[in-house]
Design a protein. Structure first.
Length: 214
């Protein structure tokens, strides 16, 4: 983790000549923050094992932002959704479990909520930021949270999956991500997970059934 987030970034910045360099960071850095704009103060607890990811991401960001070349930039990505999501991700696990069994058990409460952005939006925005971004750092996110309850309701309605929540499951509400800077330069992300879920499920089914699409 430290090698990918810090060591590799340091070598690229130190050894490469480039027109533009874009480091992919994460909106998880805002977990302990009181604001989610790009200039917000970002507290971490180095002694917390769960903060190791954020600490190394911050170190990589610091290397980029300390570089005198203005085209060394940072993007903080939110939760990206699209076809072929790995099962290690929340949505990837939910869709794989539902497709395999016809039911999904959520391990976090219905009130839990995250920000999501489509891979199509990410694919449009990253080259635009790398080529013409006026700032050194951007949040690339949907800009509003989607609750587990909304996802569960949508999956039940469109796929007739049985939905359950673990009793006494924790509630994890991530702060809504500020996308004002992104939208001012590049327009709305146009990401809506609930609206995209029917298409996402259909494409996932086609992907699993057709080797030619892999």
């Amino acid at each position: 983790m430290a090698e990918a987030h810090v060591g590799l970034v340091a070598r690229c910045l130190g050894e490469l000549q480039f027109v533009s360099f874009l480091m992919l960071s994460s909106t998880s850095l805002y977990a302990r923050a009181t604001a989610t704009c790009e200039d917000a103060v970002l507290p971490v607890l180095p002694g917390e094992p769960s903060d190791l990811y954020n600490v190394t991401k911050l170190a990589g960001e610091a290397l980029c932002l300390a570089d005198p070349r203005p085209t060394a930039r940072v993007v903080r990505l939110s939760n990206v959704y699209g076809i072929g999501m790995p099962p290690e991700t929340f949505l990837g696990r939910v869709l794989r479990e539902g497709s395999a069994t016809g039911s999904v058990v959520f391990r976090e409460s219905a009130a839990s909520a995250n920000d999501y952005i489509s891979v199509a939006s990410v694919a449009r925005l990253l080259p635009a930021i790398a080529a013409a971004g006026r700032h050194r750092i951007y949040n690339v996110a949907g800009g509003s949270n989607t609750s587990h309850a909304a996802i569960a309701c949508c999956l039940h309605n469109i796929a007739a999956w049985r939905i359950g929540f673990v009793s006494d499951a924790p509630t994890l509400r991530h702060p809504p991500i500020d996308t004002a800077r992104l939208e001012e330069e590049f327009g709305p992300t146009a990401s809506n997970l609930v609206a995209d879920l029917p298409t996402l499920l259909a494409l996932a089914q086609e992907y699993r059934c057709s080797p030619s699409t892999r």
